[in-house]
Design a protein around this ligand. Structure first.
Ligand code: SAM
Length: 243
């Protein structure tokens, strides 16, 4: 249950500098959102590839979100450790003036524990995201559970709101029925259109597609079990009368 969770009343109330201290004062906000990020594999894979893009995972399970938080903290600490001290030489002068600490990695990635089905617009303002990920979402097989699925007509309106026109929804699942469900709903929604992977690769989004396919913990499990995967992407289209 998410009853004991505290949520920001609006995205303006989120203190992004607490999530991304290295970007304090930059005015940047998250552009990639991984909904139900699980153990964080996608974010960890993408962070070094797009170091100037802020990314946020949303995960409802306490222990799992804590694990991802710790994982990011450890990666940041490891990548910001100063290089081994070199004794100063006559030519180079004091060590302090010659050593430049390598810029810290993973500063652009963070996580919140949140119920993304209820509170996405509390974190992301209108048209602020360029990518929204739904990777191996819980299938909720039974008919009466379908309303619990993360892709539904009501929620699609919220996803279209937080995504900027031209932004992309990435979905992948190993459950054929869910793949068909997601495709049917996203294609039927007036603000989304199916976009093929060749088009996205031509736009330079190949590394994102590869990470979606390979890097999540659930995806690796499917791979180990030699299961099938269905990947489908959708573009947030622009309507002429939208501002
Ligand atoms: N995307 C990850 C991956 O591919 O490895 C995790 C996939 S796992 C099958 C689905 C995840 O979605 C779980 O970690 C679950 O806790 C999370 N989840 C389910 N409903 C959620 C919600 N409403 N808000 C946030 N996370 C949710």
């Amino acid at each position: 249950s998410d009853h004991n969770l505290e949520y920001p009343a609006s995205p303006d109330e989120v203190d992004w500098s607490a999530h991304y201290p290295a970007f304090t004062g930059s005015g940047k906000k998250p552009e990639f959102a991984d909904v139900g990020c699980g153990f964080g594999g996608l974010l960890i894979a993408l962070a070094p590839l797009y170091p100037d893009t802020l990314m946020l995972g949303l995960e409802i399970r306490v222990q799992v979100s804590q694990y991802v938080e710790d994982r990011i903290a450890a990666l940041r600490a490891a990548s910001s450790a100063p290089p081994p001290a070199q004794p100063p030489t006559a030519e180079s002068g004091p060590a302090s003036s010659q050593s430049t600490v390598a810029p810290g990695g993973y500063q652009n990635v963070s996580i919140v524990r949140a119920n993304a089905m209820k509170f996405l617009p509390n974190y992301f303002s209108k048209h602020s995201l360029s990518a929204l990920f739904f990777l191996f979402p819980d299938p909720h097989f039974k008919l009466r559970k379908h309303k619990a699925r993360i892709i539904s007509p009501t929620l699609l309106a919220e996803y279209a709101y937080v995504l900027r026109p031209g932004g992309v929804v990435y979905t992948i699942t190993d459950v054929k029925d869910l793949a068909e469900w997601m495709k049917a709903h996203l294609s039927a929604f007036p603000l989304f259109e199916s976009v093929d992977t060749e088009t996205l690769r031509a736009e330079g989004k190949g590394p994102i597609l590869d990470a979606v396919w390979n890097s999540t913990e659930e995806g690796k499990k499917v791979e180990r079990n030699k299961g099938e995967k269905w990947l489908a992407c959708f573009r947030r289209i622009e309507l002429a009368r939208e501002v």
